[in-house]
Design a protein around this ligand. Structure first.
Ligand code: RP5
Length: 164
């Protein structure tokens, strides 16, 4: 396993589909666990402390509300941690965004957007980190970028053809 996707609740899982799909597309092995900074704090710390030895190189930590998950993970490892703030009612994710992004100096969490491209970008940022030392991932990431560019160019051509 290379990437660990952690979530504070199983209710977060459906919103992480873009993250798991993108890792799958880039053939990056991952595991996913429901571990909460508040509800299962001991299990979380135990898991994070044993992660490097089991091959984890990057964490993606998703949580909503008073979202301490990414920060607590970062406090217990030196591996890179990407925080994914979840959009939940009643505050729509602003609560989770601020809780995840506003880390005190000394313990970094790289935070992606609430909703939208956030979960996908977490996977892509993990890919960029792993690509530094894995040629295969670097090549697949490059192909992903090229395919994305080609898709936009096709849409551009289609739009211009319609407007002629
Ligand atoms: C957070 O509380 C979780 O990450 C989730 O986004 C939120 C609500 O959890 P549930 O009440 O749906 O289990 O810790």
């Amino acid at each position: 396993m290379t990437v660990s996707i952690l979530m504070g609740s199983d209710s977060d899982f459906p919103k992480l589909e873009d993250c798991t799909r993108t890792l799958g597309l880039l053939e990056i092995p991952f595991e996913a666990r429901v571990l909460s900074a508040h509800r299962t704090p001991k299990e979380l710390v135990e898991y994070v402390e044993g992660a490097r030895e089991r091959g984890i190189r990057v964490f993606c930590a998703a949580a909503g509300g008073a979202a301490h998950l990414a920060g607590v993970v970062a406090a217990h490892t030196d591996l890179p941690v990407i925080g994914i703030p979840m959009a939940n009612p009643p505050m729509g994710g602003l609560d989770a965004l601020l809780a995840t992004v506003q880390m005190p100096g000394g313990i970094p969490v790289a935070t992606v957007a609430v909703g939208g491209g956030g979960p996908k970008n977490a996977a892509l940022f993990a890919a960029r980190i792993l690509a530094l030392s894995d040629e295969g991932i670097a090549e697949r990431y490059k192909a992903f970028r090229e395919a994305m560019g080609a898709a936009v160019r096709r849409k551009d051509e289609a739009l211009r053809a319609k407007l002629v």
